[in-house]
Every structure is written in structure tokens, then in C-alpha cells.
Design a protein around this ligand. Structure first.
Ligand code: 1HN
Length: 321
């Protein structure tokens, strides 16, 4: 087609709400996975101080949830990675974070404090540091605190997905708390002692365990998965890259992670210690390196692997040596 015929054709398209694919094909269909998120770390020391400051200014119900969102520097809230949201939430003794339910799936990984509970679907589950607690979609949930010091946890949700799939919504409950009864063993609570024992049962230089849905034995949700990783002191591990993005939260220990982009050129090394949270976008090469001094490192990991598997978009880079 000559240039002038092309121009003539192009000029007729807008009125038909049509556009040529051939001028944009290469930017629309990229040669490699192309996450928009970049590697990023949120240091607990810094965010913790800001969260405590937020905790000194007014009750939780004022703002519904007292959360500092961990926002990827290349994206807007609620994107921590392209698919995952994380935030740090604080509740003070005596406060109630009022009951609501939403179409997104949520997890909480407890960082510090004691005496607070989350009530999910009528079951009141007390939270202890290291616990993973699930809030399946559309379950009424509220948080309360019967202890005497601020309680802090990491929230993880699949919220970013619903920017491109805008069918997500939330409903408030008519009362601040949904009627609930305390439960000791909940299928929604995964105590740290149990997970740590599984990780420690291996004598290899690392061990990785997924949290499984108690009823199905599969992933904890259709969208979000959770794992825990132990890396022995003095060990360096380089898992193969895949199409998943990850949020790592340091439970114990210290080390550093090198995160390299598609072509291994735009690398970044983040040094981490207890309480820090860092984001790794899809298709990045990573190496975790745990110092010889100190103990083994324990990391909690949030991933979008279930989502990618359900979409048949999970791919492991088999070319990596
Ligand atoms: C939510 O319901 C909670 O229940 C925390 O604690 C964070 C972020 C976005 C949407 C809903 C909670 C949230 C959230």
C-alpha cells in the first residue's frame, strides 16, 4: 500500500472506532514478559515509625483501616507489584476496625503484638506474630484488640487485578462487629510454629513450603498464593525465574537479594533484615544471599502463581542454568 493510500485509509478509521494493529503490533506484543513494577524495598524501621505516628492520631474507625500501603515507585496505589497489593496495618488496644466484606481475597501475616483478633465469617481468630490468617472473598470481617500494645501486620490482597476487571466492590456491615465466637483451631489460621517446624525438617541449604487450603489441599486462593522460605546461614540461592511476581517479608534473619531485570543489566541489590518487605516483579532473575554471621533466614512470600496457573500463563524459564 502506498503512503498516500495508507493516509487516506487511516483518516477513515476514527469515525468507525477502528485502529490499525500494524502500526502498534510490536509495542502491544512484547518479546519478553514486561512487568511495569520495579524492584522495591520498604524498611520496617522507617515504615514502623510512620505507622506508630498514624496510630497516635485518632481511632481506627475514623479511617476504617489504619494502613500504610506499600506502593511500587513506578505505579500508583494499590499496586505493590503488577498483580499484588501489600500494606502494613496497625490496630491499637480497644479499637475496632469495622466489619465489611469485599470481592477481593485477603491474607494477613502477623508481625508484632498480641491480644488482637480478626473475626472472619463469625469466627474470632486471635493473631500471634508469624501467623498467616486468610480472609476469603465475601466473608464479613472485622478486627479488634484486647491487648495492651499496638498490633501490626502485613495485609496482602489481589486488588490490582480489579483495575482491569472492574467488578470488585465492598459492603459495610450494619454494625461495627459481625457476631462472632472465639475459635482455637481455624482452617484460616496457619501458626508459625507449625510452618517453621516444616521448614526446619529439611537439612538442605534451603527449604520452601507452600501454605495450602485446608479443605482442598491446593493453593490458598484462585489468585494469591503464600509460601515460607528458609535459607541456611552462609547460603546463596538462585531460583529459576518465572512469570510470577513476589512480595517477600522477612520473618527472621538478615541477608541480601540481587534482583536483575530481563537482560541482567539493570540489577539492584537490596539488603534486608527482620520486618522488611520487598517486591520482585515478574521474570526477574534473583539471588538470595544469607550471611554466615547470624542464623538462618526465614521469609514469608506472597505470589500471584495461582492466578497465573488458572489463566494458563505460568511459565518457568527453562533456559536458565
Ligand atoms: C481490607 O478490607 C483490609 O480488612 C485491609 O483489614 C486492607 C485494602 C483494600 C481493600 C480492603 C482489612 C484493605 C482492605
Amino acid at each position: 500500500m502506498s503512503n498516500s493510500t495508507d493516509q487516506s485509509l487511516l483518516s477513515k478509521l476514527p469515525s468507525q472506532n477502528a485502529e490499525p494493529l500494524w502500526t502498534v503490533m510490536h509495542s502491544m506484543v512484547k518479546p519478553l514478559p514486561s512487568p511495569r513494577a520495579v524492584p522495591s524495598i520498604w524498611r520496617y524501621n522507617d515504615i514502623h515509625a510512620l505507622l506508630l505516628e498514624a496510630g497516635r492520631t485518632g481511632p481506627a474507625e475514623k479511617a476504617e483501616r489504619r494502613v500504610l500501603m506499600l506502593v511500587n515507585p513506578k505505579l500508583d496505589a494499590p499496586f505493590t507489584t503488577d498483580t499484588l497489593y501489600a500494606g502494613l496495618q496497625l490496630i491499637n488496644p480497644g479499637e475496632v476496625a469495622p466489619a465489611h466484606r469485599h470481592r477481593s481475597f485477603a491474607i494477613r501475616f502477623i508481625i508484632e503484638g498480641s491480644g488482637a483478633f480478626t473475626a472472619v465469617g463469625g469466627n474470632k481468630v486471635y493473631m500471634e506474630p508469624g501467623d498467616l490468617i486468610l480472609t476469603p472473598k465475601w466473608q464479613w470481617h472485622d478486627h479488634g484488640h484486647e491487648g495492651d500494645a499496638p498490633m501490626i501486620w502485613l495485609d496482602g490482597l489481589d486488588l490490582p487485578l480489579y483495575h482491569k476487571l472492574p467488578v470488585h466492590f465492598a459492603e459495610p456491615y450494619t454494625e461495627p462487629s459481625y457476631p462472632s465466637k472465639p475459635v482455637v483451631d481455624s482452617p484460616l489460621r496457619f501458626p508459625w510454629a507449625q510452618m517453621k517446624a516444616k521448614l526446619d525438617a529439611s537439612s538442605a541449604n534451603f527449604s520452601l513450603e507452600e501454605y495450602h487450603d485446608v479443605a482442598t489441599g491446593g493453593h490458598i486462593s484462585f489468585t494469591i498464593g503464600a509460601m515460607a522460605l528458609r535459607i541456611s546461614k552462609g547460603s546463596k540461592i538462585s531460583p529459576k525465574r518465572d512469570t510470577c511476581s513476589f512480595i517477600f517479608h522477612v520473618i527472621e534473619g538478615h541477608g541480601k537479594t540481587t534482583i536483575l531485570g530481563n537482560d541482567r543489566s539493570n540489577g539492584e541489590t537490596v539488603a534486608w533484615s527482620k520486618g522488611d518487605t520487598f517486591a520482585v516483579p515478574a521474570w526477574n532473575h534473583i539471588t538470595h544471599d544469607v550471611a554466615t554471621s547470624g542464623g538462618d533466614a526465614y521469609l514469608f512470600i506472597l505470589t500471584d502463581k495461582p492466578l497465573l496457573e488458572n489463566l494458563d500463563m505460568y511459565l518457568l524459564d527453562s533456559t536458565q542454568s
